[in-house]
Design a protein around this ligand. Structure first.
Ligand code: ATP
Ligand code: MG
Length: 746
C-alpha cells in the first residue's frame, strides 16, 4: 500500500484487493463468515465510482435487507463522498423489482400505480377464488395454494409454464387454472403480490428485447451480496441483465444459505461458474470478526454437514474467551441469567448496542422482554413487533382489560366486533352516541341500548350475547359478588394485590390464565385463528399460548395487566443504547461484540418442524443457521439451553440441542446452574419413577441428571418428553428442599 492509495483500498488483504480491483468480467467471491465479503463489495462499489467507471445510476447493487442497503450506501458515502448520491438501483431484489416494474407495468397489463398486496390480502383473494370455483377450502386450503403460487413465482414460472405435475399439486390438477385466475384477478385489481415484483419483471425482460437491452446497457456493473440465498427467479434476472457486459460480482457463503424455505437455491453458486465461464473465483480465508474460539466452535458445528464447498478460515485475533455453554433449569432462569450477564457487561463499560440475543423463533422474545422490563434494561426487537404489540396479543389483552375494567372504552372498541359478530359500523356508532349523551362507558351504553328497539334485531342479539359473555367472564374472574354491568365501576382487582392470599374477596375466582384461555375460546377468537389456515395464524396461536403462559407468572389479572401497560410504555429514546433481540434469520450479515444464543434445545433449535419434516436437508439448514448464529459474535458467545420449557401450558423436559454436542470441547467452557452435583440430580429424578425410561438413548436417566453431570452427548435423538405438570411441580419442590440455589421463583 502506498501513501497515495485511495481510501477504499486501505487495510484490505490481497484477495480482497483483487475482489475490488477486478472490475471487468464476472467475479465470484466464495468465503466464510466474517472474512470481509460485504466489506470488499462495498469497497468495490466505491472503487467503481471513484474511478468514474460508471455513474451511480449505472450500477445495480443488491443487498439482502433494506437495512444492509442503507448501510452500504452510508459506507460508500464515507469512502467517496457525494459521488454516491442518487444510487437508485441499490436495494433488495424486491425494492429494485418494484421500481423497475412501475416503469413498465403496462407490458404486463398493470398501471404504474399498482398496489402491492401483503400476505393477508393475498390469502383473502385466494379464499374468494377457491369458493368461486366450488372447491372445499377445508380440503384445499388457501394457505396451500398461496404456498404453491409463491413457490412457482420463486422458480420464475408463470401459469403457462406449469407442467401437469406442478398443476397436480393442488385440487386434482386445478393448480394451473387457479394460478391463472389469481393472476387475472390481480390484474383487474391493478395489484401484484411480492412474488410478482420479480416474476413480472422477468417476463418483461424475456419478452421485450428492447427493454432488456436498455437495462443491459444501463447497468455497467452488477454487485450482489448474500448470493447463496438468491432464488431461481432472482438468478434468472441476474443472468439476463449481466449477459451483455458480464461485469457481475457476487459474494456468498454456501454455509450460510438459510432461506431455502423461501426458494433460495445454493446451487446458484455452482451455476455461476457454468453460466459465466472464465469467472474469477476469489476465496477469502482470513476472518476479521471473531476470536479463534468462536470460529473453532462454529467450524466444528458446520463440519457435520455434508456436500459443502469447503473453506478455510483463520484469524490473527487473540484466542479470547471460550464459548460459554450454560445449562439452566428453565426459560425464566435463562432470561434471568442473560439479564445478569448483560448487566455485568454494562458494569464493565460495554455499550448495550454491542450486545445481541438471537432466537430461533419469534415467540422466544417474550420471556426476555418481560425480564428486561422488570430490571429496566432497554432493548429493541428487530424484524418483528415487540411481543405485546402484536395484533393478536392486543386483541386478547383488550378482552382481559374489559373484564378487569368494564369502563375501558378503548378495549371495548377493539373487540366489539373481533371476531366478527355481525355488528356493523352503524350499531357501533349508535353505542357511541348513547355513551356520549348519557356520559357512561361504551359497555354500559351498549347494555342500555339492547333494552331499546333502536338496534336492528341481528345487531341487538349479537350485542346482547357479547355483553352476557363479558358479564359471565367477570363472574368467573371475580366470583365473590354478582356482576352487574350497570355498576361497572366496581373496583378492579388491585394491581399486584395478593389475589392468591386466603381471605381476599376473590379467593375462589378461577385462576386468571385459565380465565384467559376460556375467554379466547368462548369469544370465538381462537376458532377464528384456527379457521385461518395461513402460516401467520399458526404463529399467532403460538403467541396467544405464550401470552397465557406469561400470565402464570403474575399473581392476579390486575397485576398482569399493570405489568403489560408498563411494558408498552417502555419506549426509550431511539438514540439510547439498547440490547438487540432478533431471530437468527434477521441477523444474517450483522455482527455484535457479545452474542447470546438462547434456547439451544432439541425441538426448539433444531426446530420441531425441521425434525418432523425430517430429511437431512432441513436438519442441515438448521445447522447452517447455527453457524450463522455463532459467527455473529466478535468477542464473546454464550449459548444457553434450559432443561424445562413450558409449552402450551405444559412442562416439557428438553434435551440440549444436538448442535451443543457438536461444539468441539476445546473451544467451549460448560457451566450448569444446577448445584448439588450428579448424585443429587440422579436421586431427584429417580424418585419420580423415571419418566424417561423409554428414551432411545437407553440410559434411563433424565436430562436433569445429564446436565448436572455436565455431560452433553453427541448422538441424542430429537424427542421431547412430556410429563404431567403435577410431577414437575413435585420435582421442582424437591429441588428446593434439597437446597438448589438460584431458584428464587419456586
Ligand atoms: P458475513 O458472511 O457474516 O456476511 P462478511 O464476509 O460479509 O461476513 P464483513 O461483514 O464484510 O464480513 O466483515 C466482517 C468484519 O471484518 C467487519 O467488521 C469488517 O469491518 C472487518 N473487516 C473486513 N475486512 C477487513 C480487513 N481487511 N481488515 C480489517 N478488518 C476487516
Ligand atoms: Mg456479509
Amino acid at each position: 500500500p502506498t501513501p497515495s492509495e485511495p481510501p477504499y483500498l486501505r487495510g484490505l488483504n490481497e484477495p480482497q484487493r483483487e475482489a475490488v480491483l477486478t472490475t471487468d468480467g464476472p467475479v465470484l467471491v466464495l468465503a466464510g463468515a466474517g472474512t470481509g465479503k460485504t466489506a470488499a463489495l462495498t469497497r468495490r462499489l466505491a472503487h467503481i465510482l471513484y474511478q468514474r467507471k460508471a455513474w451511480p445510476s449505472e450500477i445495480l447493487a443488491v443487498t439482502f435487507t433494506n437495512k444492509a442497503a442503507r448501510e452500504m450506501k452510508e459506507r460508500v458515502g464515507h469512502l467517496v463522498g457525494d459521488a454516491v448520491e442518487g444510487m437508485p438501483w441499490l436495494g433488495t431484489f424486491h425494492a429494485i423489482g418494484a421500481k423497475m416494474l412501475r416503469r413498465h407495468a403496462e407490458l404486463v397489463g398493470l398501471h404504474s400505480n399498482f398496489t402491492i398486496l401483503d400476505t393477508d390480502d393475498q390469502k383473502r383473494l385466494l379464499k374468494q377464488l377457491i369458493a368461486a370455483n366450488d372447491l372445499d377450502e377445508k380440503r384445499w386450503p388457501a394457505r396451500q395454494l398461496a404456498g404453491l403460487i409463491d413457490g412457482w413465482k420463486n422458480k420464475g414460472l408463470t401459469p403457462k409454464d406449469l407442467d401437469a405435475g406442478e398443476s397436480e399439486l393442488y385440487a386434482n390438477g386445478r393448480g394451473q387454472d387457479l394460478y391463472q385466475q389469481y393472476q387475472d384477478r390481480l390484474r383487474t385489481l391493478n395489484a401484484c403480490d411480492f412474488g410478482d415484483l420479480l416474476l413480472h419483471m422477468l417476463v418483461i425482460l424475456k419478452e421485450h428485447a428492447q427493454v432488456l437491452e436498455q437495462y443491459q446497457q444501463r447497468f455497467k456493473y452488477i454487485l450482489v451480496d448474500e448470493y447463496q440465498d438468491t432464488n431461481a427467479v432472482q438468478y434468472l434476472w441476474l443472468r439476463l441483465l449481466a449477459q451483455e457486459r458480464k461485469n457481475i460480482a457476487c459474494v456468498g457463503d454456501d454455509d450460510q444459505s438459510i432461506y431455502s424455505w423461501r426458494g433460495a437455491r445454493v446451487e446458484n453458486i455452482l451455476k455461476f461458474e457454468r453460466d459465466f465461464p472464465g469467472a474469477t473465483v476469489i476465496r477469502l480465508e482470513q476472518n476479521y470478526r471473531s476470536t479463534p474460539h468462536i470460529l473453532g466452535a462454529a467450524s466444528g458445528v458446520i463440519a457435520n454437514n455434508g456436500g459443502r464447498l469447503g473453506k478455510m478460515l483463520w484469524t490473527e485475533l487473540d484466542a479470547g474467551e471460550k464459548v460459554k455453554v450454560l445449562g439452566v433449569w428453565d426459560g425464566p432462569e435463562e432470561a434471568r441469567r442473560v439479564g445478569e450477564e448483560i448487566e455485568a457487561c454494562q458494569r464493565a463499560g460495554k455499550s448495550l448496542d454491542d450486545i445481541a440475543i438471537l432466537v430461533r423463533a419469534q415467540h422466544q422474545t417474550r420471556e426476555f422482554e418481560d425480564r428486561f422490563i422488570s430490571i429496566g434494561l432497554p432493548y429493541r426487537i428487530i424484524g418483528g413487533y415487540r411481543f405485546y404489540e402484536r395484533a393478536e396479543i392486543r386483541d386478547a389483552l383488550a378482552y382481559l382489560r374489559i373484564i378487569n375494567q368494564p369502563a375501558d372504552d378503548l378495549a371495548f372498541e377493539r373487540i366489539v366486533n373481533t371476531p366478527k359478530r355481525g355488528l356493523g359500523d352503524k350499531a357501533v356508532a349508535q353505542i357511541h352516541s348513547l355513551a356520549r349523551a348519557e356520559g357512561v362507558p361504551l359497555l354500559t351504553a351498549a347494555a342500555r341500548l339492547i333494552g331499546t328497539d333502536e338496534l336492528q334485531a341481528r345487531a341487538r342479539n349479537a350485542l346482547a350475547a357479547f355483553i352476557a359473555d363479558i358479564a359471565r367472564w367477570r363472574d368467573m374472574a371475580f366470583s365473590s359478588s354478582p356482576s352487574s354491568l350497570e355498576e361497572g365501576n366496581r373496583p378492579a382487582q388491585p394491581g399486584g394485590g395478593g389475589a392468591g392470599e386466603a381471605g381476599t374477596p376473590f379467593a375462589d375466582a378461577i385462576p386468571h390464565p385459565e380465565l384467559a384461555r376460556i375467554v379466547l375460546d368462548e369469544s370465538g377468537y381462537t376458532a377464528m385463528l384456527q379457521a385461518d389456515k395461513s402460516a401467520e395464524s399458526a404463529g399467532r396461536l403460538e403467541n396467544l399460548t405464550e401470552l397465557v403462559r406469561a400470565m402464570e407468572e403474575y399473581e392476579s389479572l390486575g397485576a398482569f395487566l399493570e405489568h403489560v401497560s408498563l411494558v408498552m410504555d417502555n419506549d426509550a429514546l431511539a438514540e439510547d443504547a439498547k440490547v438487540t433481540i432478533m431471530t437468527i434469520h434477521a441477523a444474517k450479515g450483522l455482527e455484535y461484540d457479545t452474542v447470546f444464543l438462547v434456547g439451544w434445545e432439541e425441538g426448539l433449535f433444531p426446530s420441531q418442524r425441521a425434525l418432523d419434516e425430517g430429511g437431512l436437508a432441513s436438519l442441515e439448514e438448521e445447522r447452517r443457521l447455527a453457524y450463522v448464529a455463532i459467527t455473529r459474535a466478535r468477542r464473546r458467545a454464550v449459548i444457553l439451553h434450559a432443561a424445562n420449557r413450558r409449552i402450551y401450558g405444559q412442562w416439557n423436559s428438553s434435551l440440549p440441542s444436538r448442535f451443543v454436542g457438536e461444539l468441539p470441547r476445546e473451544h467451549i467452557e460448560e457451566e450448569t446452574t444446577m448445584t448439588g452435583g450428579e448424585s443429587l440430580w440422579r436421586a431427584n429424578w429417580s424418585e419420580h419413577s423415571d419418566p424417561f425410561a423409554d428414551t432411545t438413548r437407553g440410559t434411563g436417566r433424565g436430562p436433569g441428571w445429564q446436565r448436572a453431570a455436565g455431560k452433553i452427548g453427541g448422538e441424542w435423538t430429537s424427542r421431547t418428553f412430556t410429563r404431567e405438570p403435577a410431577r414437575v411441580m413435585e420435582a421442582r419442590a424437591s429441588a428446593v428442599s434439597l437446597g438448589n440455589k438460584g431458584r428464587d421463583d419456586i
